[in-house]
Design a protein. Structure first.
Length: 265
């Protein structure tokens, strides 16, 4: 028979997943599924950013798209917003797909766009500012957060993830779309990038780019997923053993699973 899946594992210290769905998708058989991402960001090196009379320029979140796992059609507008977490998440805990976290009331940034999962765009890597090419999206974030990140106190041992607990990345379309994006949270294109200038005493300045990224077991990344089967063709088959002889339904993203019993083996 086809059964409802309670939840699936999304993060453990020993098993970090990197690719997560992000969207609000309408499937003609399975109904709708919504998936949103929660993630911490940390310094990308053991060296904290160097500040010398710094002047903020901008703060940008870039997200690498996994084109092979993005599904459906992308010929309409999608809206993504980013919010700051107000609840702690821990890199030593186990998280499942039915868990969510509280966020601040004001959004940090948003983008309204038509996704192009296979389009290769130029991206400057750090250090060295060498140009690499790949699919990604860029979201400018609130100036105040960037100004706060120029505070050297943020970079004392363990302080950064207390000051910036993490980010929520979610699709805000009010009606389901025809496609579901997959984002690679451990991609070279997934960065929280701070741009600023350092000024010397004689007013000479140097442009600085500093990246915060997601890597290894020090950085939690997790997705919350919700399914709605109401009115969909699958609905009569859920938890109905007498229907199992006819059709079985299996879907990823914590979707329905299949139970098979062999009583006389």
């Amino acid at each position: 028979k086809t059964i409802r899946e309670d939840s699936v594992l999304t993060y453990t210290v020993d098993n970090q997943f990197n690719i997560f769905a992000c969207g609000y998708f309408q499937d003609p058989v399975f109904g709708t599924v919504r998936s949103e991402i929660y993630s911490q960001f940390r310094e990308t090196s053991s060296d904290e950013p160097a500040f010398e009379n710094p002047v903020f320029d901008s703060l940008v979140l870039t997200l690498g798209i996994d084109s092979t796992r993005s599904y459906g059609a992308f010929d309409e507008n999608y809206q993504i917003e980013v919010r700051r977490l107000s609840e702690d998440i821990s890199n030593s805990q186990i998280y499942y797909s039915d868990q969510s976290f509280a966020t601040a009331p004001d959004r940090l940034g948003s983008i309204d766009f038509t996704p192009k999962p296979t389009e290769l765009k130029a991206y400057a890597s750090v250090p060295g500012l060498d140009t690499i090419f790949g699919p990604f999206i860029s979201i400018p974030l609130d100036e105040q957060l960037g100004l706060d990140m120029l505070n050297p106190d943020w970079y004392e041992d363990g302080v950064f993830v207390e000051m910036l607990k993490g980010l929520q990345i979610r699709m805000t379309n009010t009606t389901p779309t025809k496609g579901m994006l997959s984002l690679n949270m451990n991609s070279a294109f997934t960065r929280l990038r701070l741009y600023y200038r350092n000024f010397t005493a004689d007013n000479d300045s140097t442009s600085v780019v500093y990246d915060f990224a997601i890597a290894g077991s020090t950085t939690t990344r997790h997705a919350n997923m919700e399914h709605d089967f109401t009115g969909a063709p699958i609905e009569p088959y859920l938890d109905a053993p007498d229907q199992g002889d006819e059709l079985l339904f299996l879907q990823s993203m914590s979707g329905p699973n299949v139970a098979i019993r062999i009583p006389y083996l």
